[in-house]
Design a protein around this ligand. Structure first.
Ligand SMILES: Nc1ncnc2c1ncn2[C@@H]1O[C@H](COP(=O)(O)OP(=O)(O)OP(=O)(O)O)[C@@H](O)[C@H]1O
Ligand SMILES: [Mg+2]
Length: 580
């Protein structure tokens, strides 16, 4: 309930439509309530008195009321759909915007699958809740209370006799609704589980194939699927036992009314019309009860979804936004300094992955970072664009604390090639100019040439207009990396970060890329993460990272002289007589 209240402001822009739809719903209920009275009139004043004009007149009334009621129902549908769809669109949009503000740390915790479910099926469940509430909302209680009042009005004596039965029926419905609530919740949980298994499987379909785990996955899916089905069957069976029970109560009620009413009618206390009207009202009390059970289903789903959607809305960006932050002036090459920086991810362990890092990259220099897998190389360079915030110490850009710099202005001046090349579906050209869509053809070609991508691009049948599949599925690893490099250097960044970006490229091409970057990117500082020593030979400064600490620092020749750990790496890779 509380979670729904928090989402209520999304309905606000549609309050006129909401009110209109509820007004129409009320009109509909009131019109429906008048029908049994008219039937009573036809029987008592028309048929019994042999007065044709009353029959015709009243029938005309009934017809008009039915038409009006239908119009009101259509109007209610139109407005409630507008409210539901509009609200869902706004929630999706707000979620999307919110996710854009997530920092890397937030994205580590909310996986793609989780976010997709929140944007799709959860939003739909909330939409259904609003829509169905507007269609049933006032109608249920109005029909129920109205028909009970009108039963008393028709014949207090009969109404009192039938009242205990009504109470028992209401009790049964309330009992069912309360019992159903946890059932619906668990169905929702099983569905979640099913979705998770599905998403993991589709995302990792290749891996499943590669490791011949299809049988295992099929089994896992079957378990989840079976579980969900079983629960659903239980709920359906429980639900379906309710309708016959209610029908039984109604039938008992009708028999009672006809029997008691018949006795009264014989003694002249009650007219035939009254008996018919009374049975009609009795039937009308049951409709809303059935509607309510449907509503409770939609509510259980909707509130569970609202809770999950709110989880996203309530997540604070892990890298806080500083309102006092300044725009970073764009001068020549960037200076980057780490001052006693330590860092841990906000996970379960909070283990330090970087410890007391002191490092200075002078403008225009190249800093290479070498180290075993898991040493903390990516973690270190991810602190420079403020993707994560240092847990201790300071990162300074041009002498300014990174927390005082507006993130956007910082990112505009940095070119990043992440360790995993991510490409979007679109043309080759669109991918290269992702950071600057207005770039001219000559700029695109220049960037591609420097990244040694031009040659393979023009061999594609449509050159720069060739289509890149989602995540670059139709490209080789090395081709993806080179497109990612071209994309990063196109806007002439003041700082270029290459995270193991030439790992899938042969040594010769790598050298060509390095030379071209040297020539094309003047006024640019570089951070190059590498596994291969050949990549880092010419760097101004080489850092050897070991278990999150700087184990050695210097130029290639210095390190060869003074650092045993560097010499060891060198010898293991290039030691067999190959000289750089
Ligand atoms: N998003 C994350 N959340 C939690 N822990 C992480 C995250 N990313 C990395 N780690 C942990 O931090 C440590 C350093 O990882 P990092 O990715 O910086 O290593 P790396 O030197 O770049 O390795 P590689 O050469 O394999 O890319 C590892 O122990 C890893 O388990
Ligand atoms: Mg890495």
């Amino acid at each position: 309930m509380n979670h729904l209240r928090k989402l209520l402001h999304f309905v606000k822009p549609y309050r006129v439509q909401s009110i209109l739809s509820l007004v129409l719903l009320t009109v509909m209920a009131l019109l429906d309530l008048s029908i049994p009275r008219l039937i009573q009139h036809i029987i008592d004043q028309g048929i019994k008195q042999n007065d044709l004009s009353v029959v015709i007149q009243t029938s005309a009334w009934m017809l008009s009321i039915s038409v009006l009621s239908t119009l009101a129902a259509i109007g209610n549908n139109v407005y409630s759909i507008q409210v539901g769809e509009g609200t869902a669109r706004d929630i999706r949009e707000a979620l999307f915007t919110k996710i854009q503000d997530f920092s890397y740390g937030n994205l580590d915790r909310f996986t793609t699958g989780k976010l997709m479910v929140r944007l799709s099926s959860d939003t739909t469940a909330i939409q259904r809740l609003f829509q169905v509430s507007l269609r049933i909302g006032t109608r249920g209680p109005l029909l129920m209370i109205g028909s009970v009042i009108l039963m008393f009005n028709t014949s207090p004596h009969l109404a009192i006799s039938i009242f205990p039965l009504l109470l028992v029926t209401a009790g049964v419905i309330i009992f069912f609704s309360i019992k159903m609530e946890p059932f619906y919740r668990s169905v929702q949980q099983k569905l979640d589980r099913l979705n998770t298994v599905l998403q993991e499987n589709i995302a990792g379909a290749r891996l499943v194939k590669a490791f011949v785990r299809a049988d295992y996955e099929a089994e896992r899916f079957e378990v989840a699927n079976e579980d969900f089905t079983e629960r659903n069957v239980q709920v359906m069976q429980f639900m379906s036992s309710m309708t016959p029970i209610l029908t039984l109560f109604v039938n008992i009620g009708i028999v009672l009314v006809i029997w008691l009413g018949g006795l009264q009618s014989i003694s002249g206390d009650l007219s035939l019309g009254q008996i018919v009207a009374f049975t009609n009202y009795l039937l009308t009390t049951m409709t809303p009860l059935l509607l309510m059970t449907m509503l409770s289903n939609v509510w259980a789903n909707g509130t569970a979804s609202a809770q999950r959607v709110n989880e996203v809305f309530e997540t604070m960006p892990e890298v806080p936004v500083n309102p006092q932050a300044r725009v970073l002036p764009s001068q020549n090459a960037m200076q980057v300094e780490f001052k006693d920086v330590s860092f841990h991810y906000n996970g379960k362990s909070n283990r330090l992955v970087l410890e007391h890092i002191n490092l200075k990259a002078e403008p225009g220099s190249t800093v290479a970072i070498l180290g075993a897998t898991g040493a903390g190389k990516s973690s270190l360079i991810n602190l420079i664009p403020h993707f994560y915030e240092a847990s201790q110490g300071q990162v300074l850009i041009d002498g300014i604390d990174i927390r005082d710099i507006q993130d956007e202005s910082l990112l505009e001046q940095i070119g990043i090639v992440p360790q995993e090349s991510i490409l979007f579906s679109g043309t080759v050209r669109e991918n290269i100019c992702y950071g600057r869509p207005e770039a001219g053809d000559d700029e695109v070609i220049a960037a591609a040439k420097a990244a040694q991508a031009h040659d393979f691009i023009i061999k594609f049948s449509e050159g720069y207009n060739s289509h890149v599949e989602e995540r670059g599925a139709n490209l080789s690893g090395g081709q993806k990396q080179r497109l990612a490099i071209a994309r990063a250097i196109l806007p002439h960044p003041r700082l270029l970060i290459l995270d193991d970006s030439t790992s899938a490229v042969d040594v010769e091409t790598e050298t060509k890329i390095q030379t071209a970057l040297q020539e094309n990117l003047k006024d640019c500082t570089r951070f190059v993460v590498a596994q291969r020593i050949s990549t880092v030979l010419n760097a101004d400064k080489i850092i050897v990272l070991d278990h999150g600490k700087i184990a050695a620092e210097g130029t290639h020749s210095e390190l060869m002289k003074f650092s045993p750990i560097y010499r060891e790496i060198y010898e293991s890779q290039l030691g067999n007589g190959i000289q750089a």
